[in-house]
Ligand binder design. Structure first.
Ligand SMILES: NC(=O)c1ccc[n+]([C@@H]2O[C@H](COP(=O)([O-])OP(=O)(O)OC[C@H]3O[C@@H](n4cnc5c(N)ncnc54)[C@H](O)[C@@H]3O)[C@@H](O)[C@H]2O)c1
Length: 345
C-alpha cells in the first residue's frame, strides 16, 4: 500500500514508518521537525522492504499534502503528528488547538480532495479525562470528558473525523476510519535503531532512565498518598512496537464506511514506584527520588480494558513485563545518551 505517515520523524511515527517499510509499503513520511528527528528518517532510509520518501512539511499545508497524496497515490493516512504535552497545552491552549485541530482539519481537506480511502488517527486515553472508579479499567464506552486542552484537541479531532466519515458515506464515497486511544506508550524498537528522544522529556520511563544515566539530578514522584496499593499513580504502559502492530491490524480490518475506536493498552497498571524499581533493576543504577505533592489533574489509576481490541482485531500486547519494556528503552538510551543529535556522525 501507499501510506502517508504524519509525524513520521517523531517517537511513535518513526516506529510506524519502520514497521510499514518492513511490511513492504511505500511510506511518505511528513514531519515539520518541530519535535521530530531528521536523523531517524536518515537511519530508516536503507531499511529493506518498502520505499521511504521523507518531506519536511507541516500537515496544515493542505495544498502540499494533497500534492503528495496524488503524486504517490496514497490510499492510507496514519496521522501521528501532534503536540502532546499536557502541561504545555494548559499554558498554550491556542497553539494546541491550532496544531492538533486546525492543522488536522487541513489534512482532512487534503484527504477529501485526494480521495484517500483510509485514515488512522492517534488519539489518547487523555480524552477520558479523570474517569470515576467504576470506569476503571477503561473501556471504549467510558464517557469522554477531557481535563486538559491536549485531551480536548484529541477529542475534537475524533469528532471532526467521525463527521467527515459520515459525510463521505452519504456522498457515496465511504472512507475507513479508525481512532486508536493510546495509554502510556513506552520502550523502543528492539533492533536498536530507533528510540524515544523528546525535548523536554516528560514521560516517566525515559525520565527515570535519564536519572540513572546521570543526565539529570534525580527525579520527583508527584503524589504518594493516592488510593493505590503503594500510594503512587498507576498507569498502563504499552510497548511502542505492540502499539504499531495494533495500527497494522486495524488498517487491514476496518471497512469502508466504518468508524472504529479502540483503546490500546496492555490491560494492567503499574505504579510509579514499580516503574522506578524496574528502572533500577534493569540499569543497575540507584538514583535520587524526591517525594513531592500531587500534581493537579493526575488521576490515581488509569488502565485499559483491552476486551474490544482483543475480540475484534485479535490484538494482545506481546510485551507485558515492565522490565522488558524498560530494557528496550534502556538499550537505546545507553547507546545514545545524547539522543538522535548525539548519534549523528
Ligand atoms: N507518547 C505517548 O505516550 C502518547 C500517548 C497517547 C497519544 N499519543 C499521540 O501519539 C502521537 C505521537 O506521539 P509521540 O509521543 O510520538 O510524539 P512526538 O512529539 O515524538 O511526535 C510527534 C511528531 O509530530 C510532528 N508534528 C507535530 N505537529 C506537526 C505538524 N503540524 N505538521 C507536521 N509535523 C508535526 C513533530 O515534529 C513530531 O515529530 C501524537 O498524536 C500523540 O498525541 C502519544
Amino acid at each position: 500500500m501507499n501510506m502517508l505517515v504524519t509525524g513520521g520523524a517523531g517517537y511513535i511515527g518513526s516506529h510506524a514508518v519502520q514497521r510499514l517499510l518492513r511490511d513492504g509499503h511505500t511510506v511518505v513520511a511528513v514531519d515539520n521537525l518541530f519535535r521530530g528527528h531528521a536523523e531517524a528518517m536518515r537511519l530508516l532510509e536503507p531499511q529493506s522492504g518498502g520505499r521511504l520518501i521523507f518531506h519536511e512539511s507541516d500537515v496544515g499545508d493542505s495544498t502540499r499534502m494533497e500534492r503528495l497524496m496524488h503524486e504517490y497515490q496514497v490510499d492510507t493516512v496514519m496521522h501521528f503528528a501532534a503536540l502532546a504535552y499536557v502541561g504545555e497545552s494548559v499554558d498554550q491552549p491556542l497553539l494546541y488547538y491550532e496544531n492538533n485541530v486546525i492543522a488536522g482539519i487541513r489534512l482532512l481537506e487534503a484527504c477529501d480532495r485526494a480521495g484517500v480511502g483510509r485514515f488512522i488517527f492517534s488519539s489518547s486515553c487523555a480524552t477520558y479525562g479523570e474517569p470515576s472508579a467504576e470506569h476503571i479499567p477503561i473501556n471504549e464506552d467510558c464517557p469522554q470528558s477531557p481535563v486538559s486542552p491536549y485531551g480536548q484537541t484529541k477529542l475534537d479531532f475524533e469528532h471532526a473525523l467521525r463527521a467527515w466519515g459520515q459525510a463521505r458515506s452519504r456522498a457515496g464515497e465511504p472512507v475507513s476510519i479508525a481512532m486508536l486511544r493510546y495509554f502510556n506508550v513506552a520502550g523502543a524498537d528492539r533492533s536498536g535503531l530507533l528510540g524515544e528522544d523528546h525535548e523536554p522529556e516528560t514521560h516517566l520511563i525515559p525520565v527515570a532512565i535519564n536519572a540513572a544515566l546521570g543526565k539529570r539530578d534525580g527525579m520527583a514522584i508527584f503524589g504518594t498518598d493516592y488510593p493505590t496499593p503503594d500510594g503512587t499513580c498507576v498507569r498502563d504502559y504499552v510497548h511502542v512496537e505492540d502499539l504499531i502492530d495494533a495500527h497494522v491490524r486495524v488498517m487491514d480490518r476496518v471497512k469502508p464506511g466504518e468508524v472504529r475506536a479502540y483503546n490500546v493498552g496492555i490491560g494492567r497498571g503499574y505504579s510509579v514506584r514499580e516503574v522506578l524499581d524496574a528502572v533500577r533493576r534493569v540499569t543497575g543504577v540507584s538514583f535520587e527520588v524526591r517525594e513531592q505533592g500531587r500534581r493537579a489533574g493526575d488521576p490515581a489509576a488509569l488502565y485499559n480494558d483491552p476486551s474490544r481490541i482483543e475480540r475484534d482485531l485479535g490484538w494482545r500486547a506481546s510485551v507485558t513485563s515492565l522490565d522488558e519494556i524498560v530494557d528496550s528503552a534502556w538499550q537505546w538510551m545507553k547507546r545514545n545518551p545524547g539522543g538522535y543529535a548525539g548519534s549523528r556522525g
